[in-house]
Design a protein around this ligand. Structure first.
Ligand SMILES: [Fe+2]
Ligand SMILES: [Fe+2]
Length: 128
């Protein structure tokens, strides 16, 4: 997962946890699948809330765009989780075929901007 490392510890740790959660859901079967999927949604809610709090507290210029993207990703996940409760294969296709790519793209295109901003803020604190 080298390519997804942003160099901001709290973000990288959260993203690693996400990938671990995702791996667990992929490996799960039966009722463990829906349970794991639900844990993945909860993890994502906390993950996004953490980034949004960071952005708000530092007055990040891209907050609105980033926030909107989080909302889109989360509502999609919640939709598939809801479907999976009645029809597990439906959620399975999201987990197996889409989730990783969606998050990879978010990290590369959107989280990377926030990481760059955080690094600038750090540099200014040190060299001000
Ligand atoms: Fe993130
Ligand atoms: Fe994000």
């Amino acid at each position: 997962m080298e390519e997804l490392t942003l160099g901001i510890e709290v973000m990288d740790e959260t993203h690693t946890e996400f990938l671990q959660c995702l791996a667990r859901v992929k490996a799960a079967s039966g009722s463990d699948f829906v349970e794991g999927f639900s844990a993945l949604v909860e993890h994502t809610e906390a993950h996004f809330a953490m980034e949004e709090e960071l952005m708000r507290s530092l007055g990040f210029y891209g907050l609105q765009e980033h926030h909107d993207e989080h909302e889109t990703l989360l509502s999609e996940m919640r939709y598939f989780l809801q479907k999976a409760r009645k029809l597990p294969p439906f959620g399975r296709s999201y987990i197996d075929d889409y989730a990783y790519e969606k998050f990879r793209r978010h990290i590369i295109n959107i989280d990377s901007q926030l990481a760059m901003f955080l690094k600038t803020v750090e540099t200014e604190k040190v060299y001000g």
